[in-house]
Design a protein around this ligand. Structure first.
Ligand code: PTJ
Length: 261
């Protein structure tokens, strides 16, 4: 594993290898699940087709997400095992930039992993990490996945759910919450049901939302509301799908689609 981090920064797959290493290290530290490895592989394939960059429709969605966070009474960032491994610093920074709470919420919940993730986030500067109490339930979901804090996700009006499984994303939406989903697959159920689907890698999206939130801090309520109302979720999903299906892979001297065929 250490070989992978020693990959030189000018290696064409540097960012991707670094991301893999973080997930691997997350599994070793007991914060990321084995399923998280599979999710990472799936995400990588989509990201490759997107050109491993934030496409314009995602950039707009990230600004809209920031506006939602700034308008919210109680925004919460939901953190799972992959997000904790990939972007702990950025999660803490986004919470600081927007006044959001951070809550651990897991698909494969074990008390041990919840505590390990909370500790990992605190090591990266988080002050208060929710999700350990788990004294409320999301209606309509099987027991373990439904566990949330009554003063966290249960009470939130805006929830950021990066890299989520579809069922829970849908159930949160049914509770009337504004749901911002980050998922590299525009066809996933989470992306399809989100108020704001962001089709981007969490490693780019979470820092981008924080930067947009800082940029919008001086904006009036009316300006923020105009940003939110001007967003067309269907158009954003369609733009991402178009990019995946039709985008050229010929970039940075790599073998492109023509070369691969
Ligand atoms: O830590 P836990 O127990 O909460 O489990 C987390 C995972 C991700 C394992 C769990 O929620 C799961 O199984 O998710 P799925 O159903 O595999 O869905 C993950 C989605 O995230 C897929 O659509 C992937 O394409 C996408 N994805 C993977 N890596 C990234 C990503 N999206 C954005 N950024 C990524 N880095």
């Amino acid at each position: 594993m250490s070989d992978e981090v020693e990959v030189p920064e000018d290696h064409p797959r540097y960012q991707s290898l670094l991301t893999r290493h973080r997930i691997e290290a997350g599994v070793e530290k007991g914060i990321t699940s084995q399923q998280g490895l599979i999710a990472e592989g799936r995400g990588e394939a989509f990201d490759y087709l997107l050109g491993e960059e934030t496409i314009p429709s995602a950039e707009e969605a990230e600004r809209v997400a920031a506006a939602h966070f700034l308008l919210a009474e109680h925004p919460v960032i939901s953190v799972n095992g992959n997000v904790a491994a990939l972007v702990p610093e950025a999660v803490v920074d986004l919470a600081e930039a927007t006044g959001a709470d951070v809550e651990v919420n897991l698909f494969g919940r074990t008390e041990e992993r919840v505590r390990a993730i909370a500790e990992h986030l605190r090591e990266h500067g988080a002050e208060d990490v929710k999700g350990v109490t788990a004294d409320a339930r999301i209606p309509g979901l099987s027991h373990e996945r439904a566990k949330v804090d009554s003063d966290g996700i249960y009470d939130a009006d805006v929830v950021l759910v990066p890299l989520e499984d579809g069922d829970r994303a849908e159930a949160l939406g049914e509770m009337g919450k504004t749901e911002v989903v980050i998922d590299l697959n525009p066809l996933s159920r989470s992306a399809q049901t989100a108020t704001v689907p962001i089709i981007d890698n969490v490693v780019r999206a979470v820092p981008n939302i924080a930067a947009q939130a800082r940029d919008l801090r001086g904006a009036s309520r009316e300006e923020l509301e105009a940003i939110v109302e001007g967003f067309d979720r269907e158009a954003a999903l369609a733009a991402a799908e178009r990019r995946l299906r039709e985008g050229s892979l010929d970039r940075d001297g790599e073998a492109g689609r023509d070369g691969a065929e």
